[in-house]
Design a protein around this ligand. Structure first.
Ligand SMILES: [Zn+2]
Length: 120
């Protein structure tokens, strides 16, 4: 079970994700990848200190993924991806829906599509 996999870390990691979420600076906008035929669900811009989320993707997992990037800039892509997936699997339906509702309230919506740019 995914819950067992994270164990006590679930509460610790969710608190980190919540703390990062509380900082705001979350943008919902159509996202355009810089690669052909790649669906971009989200990205974290360190330069702008913004998290971007595409509304058509897997919002909750993407949100936690990008918040983990902003919270733990030293983590590898692999670690961020695994942790976000583990958190998603360990969350109850109620927790997932609650985070989605909070996100819908907190996210600033931009109509203009945002093109992903590699930073550094
Ligand atoms: Zn990532």
């Amino acid at each position: 079970m995914p819950v067992k996999k994270l164990g006590k870390r679930f509460d610790v990691l969710m608190a980190e994700v919540r703390a990062e979420f509380a900082k705001g600076r979350i943008i919902e906008a159509p996202l355009i990848s810089n690669r052909k035929n790649e669906v971009l669900h989200g990205f974290c811009s360190r330069k702008q200190d913004l998290v971007f989320i595409d509304p058509s993707g897997h919002v909750v997992e993407t949100l936690m993924h990008e918040l983990l990037h902003r919270r733990f800039p030293e983590w590898t892509e692999r670690k961020v991806r695994r942790t976000a997936a583990d958190l998603r699997d360990a969350m109850s339906d109620a927790e997932r829906m609650a985070l989605y509702r909070d996100y819908k309230k907190a996210a600033t919506k931009w109509r203009k599509p945002i093109k992903f740019e590699e930073e550094e």
